[in-house]
Design a binder for this molecule. Structure first.
Ligand code: AMP
Length: 312
């Protein structure tokens, strides 16, 4: 089951309290594609400018990534500049230059149309809507977004949310969008919009899964000793989440068993944790399924506790 992704491919300049690196491969779709291609074929739809380094394209060619939907256009690639705080769960965006994304219209190649999973990675919500217009309803549609679009394109974002199955949002974005101080109340409001699940990403603290069916699951985080660069952790989370689900057979009614959704959240957490260990997609280049399996076992161990306690 291949995965279709539409989102940003960028050149990122990132400053943390300990390091600064310029014009690295970044963008939501880049992190997602690299992560999800560890599991399955990824069909990428995005745009880059004529200044985009060919080495990144060569790298994706070495993976199960279909680049038929990657447009290369005269002009500048999307650029993003951010600075992290000492608590690397917090960052400030210093600059966003859409470059060729300003005039972009996604075109879904015919060979992508049978993708069974669709990920609408972070990009202007009106472009996400254009994608939804072009694809027959896939088995599962998952959406990610960002504060910028909550602030500047709320009506369009609301339209997209109403048309997807699963929404991934950081805790802060849930508060911004719903204007509810309580995450539980905010998520309840989101679920009323027709979503099957909402996954709340909590940075270095893990992720929460809420279902319209009443499901609640708290996925543990891996205790990372050192965070080099957390950029892309959310997109890589999505790559692990959808990558895992792409290997799972849905039930006869087309839905995924809840245990599979929970495993997918744990895969998301694991891939998100790996991304933080290096700049850009560095750690994802060398990551193997054995590395993922080892971290999966570690998470099972550290989150298990005795279910047999009873009050006297
Ligand atoms: P994350 O750390 O998962 O939130 O994702 C960060 C990535 O999103 C960076 O690599 C950026 O290039 C990309 N990005 C930042 N701002 C935007 C935006 N407004 N639209 C799309 N992608 C963005």
């Amino acid at each position: 089951m291949s995965i279709l992704v539409v989102g940003s491919v960028a050149l990122d300049t990132v400053e943390t309290p300990f390091t600064r690196a310029e014009e690295m491969l970044g963008g939501a779709a880049s992190y997602f594609t690299t992560a999800a291609s560890l599991y399955n074929q990824v069909n990428l739809v995005a745009i880059v400018g004529s200044d985009f380094p060919g080495e990144h394209i060569d790298f994706w060619r070495s993976r199960p990534v279909n680049l038929a939907g990657l447009q290369i256009q005269e002009g500048r690639t999307f650029r993003w500049v951010a600075r992290y705080h000492m608590d690397m769960n917090a960052r400030d965006t210093l600059d966003t230059q859409l470059g060729v994304y300003a005039g972009f219209h996604p075109v879904i190649p015919d060979e992508y149309r049978r993708s069974s999973l669709l990920f609408l990675a972070n990009i202007q919500p009106e472009l996400q809507l254009e994608v939804l217009e072009q694809v027959a309803r896939p088995g599962l549609t998952v959406l990610d977004t960002m504060e910028l679009w909550i602030m500047t394109a709320r009506p369009q974002l609301t339209e997209v949310i109403k048309r997807v199955d699963i929404l991934l949002m950081s805790e802060e974005e849930v508060r911004q969008y719903t204007e509810c101080p309580s995450i539980v109340s905010g998520v309840r409001q989101l679920l009323k919009m027709g979503l099957k699940y909402v996954v709340v990403k909590q940075g270095s603290y893990g992720a929460l899964l809420f279902g319209a069916d009443g499901t609640f699951f708290s996925a543990p985080t891996y205790p990372l000793e050192e965070v080099i660069d957390p950029t892309g952790a959310g997109d890589a989370f999505a790559g692990g989440f959808l990558g895992y689900l792409s290997l799972v057979e849905p039930q006869p009614d087309g839905r995924y068993a809840i245990d599979e959704i929970k495993r997918a959240v744990v895969h998301g957490n694991i891939i998100g944790s790996f991304v933080c260990e290096d700049l850009s997609i560095g750690r994802l280049r060398t990551l193997t399924m054995d590395d993922i399996a080892e971290r999966y076992s570690a998470l099972v161990k550290c989150s298990h506790f005795d279910p047999n306690w009873r009050s006297a």
